[in-house]
Design a protein around this ligand. Structure first.
Ligand code: FMN
Length: 305
């Protein structure tokens, strides 16, 4: 039996549930020579801010066991340059484009989202709520800020709004419920985990900022748990993210409750892995005689309660 991989995420039709993860696939068009981009479910861009940002000093990446530690620091060209350059190219690919947005204050998020929403070629906005605000606190650690940003962006944009959270919160359920009550159309769970690695030859931290975020296979069980917990408490769809290296890993997130998945570190290893993951999902579901990927979303919750 052929398995149908189509899913509908917050009104966006995806030909399969596999998305790029923000920040691990550039602006989204640069890798066209390596893979056929229109085979992807959707492209999520690196995070865009109101003004351009140089990011953090090198070293910004360190390999750790089964993962990657990064402190890129939201390096990007700013929303206006993004619209003039990358967005033009992205909108010609024929795949839904989800633009990731961040700011250091609610007004920066809202203004950036408003500028983007006036343009064609964008299917949704993903609010990266995992970055620090002006007081250096992670935005999603403050429920009032989450609500203010989501409500503010919904006021200025007709696009579906997806909120992406840090997994390092006291209660992921409390936060996704606040986001849903504030009007969000979907959530992404989750971003990297705060982490650190030290070089024992130099006695120095491996990253310029000492601490960063860890991604890759080592985080997957923790992120699967975030999706499982959230699925029981919210109605809006979930993008599962964290350590997806194979089709099996993607299916694990879907069984926990994800409607779609985003793949980061694995595509840094090789962008071709994105296509491999799509094929593996199809092969596994066909082997199990599953008619549609939609049939397995969240079924672990249904069977185990
Ligand atoms: C080098 C690098 C850069 C990233 N940049 C962003 C970013 O700009 N915005 C964002 O929301 N997440 C960013 N992330 C987090 C990823 O989108 C993803 O949430 C995380 O890496 C977990 O998925 P993975 O284990 O598949 O990599 C970045 C991750 C890496 C490794």
């Amino acid at each position: 039996m052929k398995t149908d991989l189509n899913v509908n995420f917050a009104g966006i039709k995806l030909k399969n549930p596999v998305l790029t993860a923000s920040g691990t696939f550039g602006y989204g068009y640069e890798l066209a020579d390596l893979i056929s981009l229109n085979e992807l479910g959707a492209i999520v861009t690196k995070t865009i801010t109101l003004e351009s940002c140089d990011g953090n000093l090198q070293p910004r990446i360190a390999e750790v066991e089964s993962g990657i530690l990064n402190t890129i620091g939201l390096q990007n060209i700013g929303v206006r340059a993004f619209i003039e350059g990358p967005l033009e190219k992205l909108s010609k690919i024929g795949v839904p484009v989800i633009v990731s947005v961040a700011g250091s204050s609610p007004s920066e998020y809202i203004e950036t989202a408003e500028i983007l929403s006036m343009k064609n070629g964008i299917s949704a906005i993903e609010l990266n709520l995992s970055c620090p605000n002006l007081k250096k606190r992670i935005i999603c650690h403050d429920l009032r800020l989450v609500s203010e940003i989501v409500r503010g962006v919904k006021n200025v944009s007709k696009l579906p709004i997806i909120a992406k959270f840090s997994p390092l919160v006291t209660d992921i359920v409390e936060i996704v419920v606040v986001a849903q009550d504030s009007g969000v159309d979907g959530v992404t769970l989750a971003n990297t985990y705060p982490a650190m690695a030290i070089d024992i030859e130099t006695f120095k931290p491996k990253l310029s900022t000492f601490k960063g975020g860890v991604s890759g296979a080592c985080i997957r069980p923790m992120s699967v748990r975030c999706v499982y917990d959230a699925y029981q408490s919210i109605k809006v769809p979930i993008i599962g993210c964290g350590g997806i290296m194979t089709g099996e890993d993607a299916i694990e997130f879907i069984l926990a409750g994800a409607t779609a998945v985003s793949v980061g570190s694995s595509s840094l290893v090789s962008p071709k892995n994105l296509i491999k993951i799509i094929c593996e999902i199809k092969d596994i579901l066909e082997r199990k005689n599953i008619k549609s990927v939609k049939d397995i979303i969240g079924i672990v919750n249904k069977s185990l309660g």
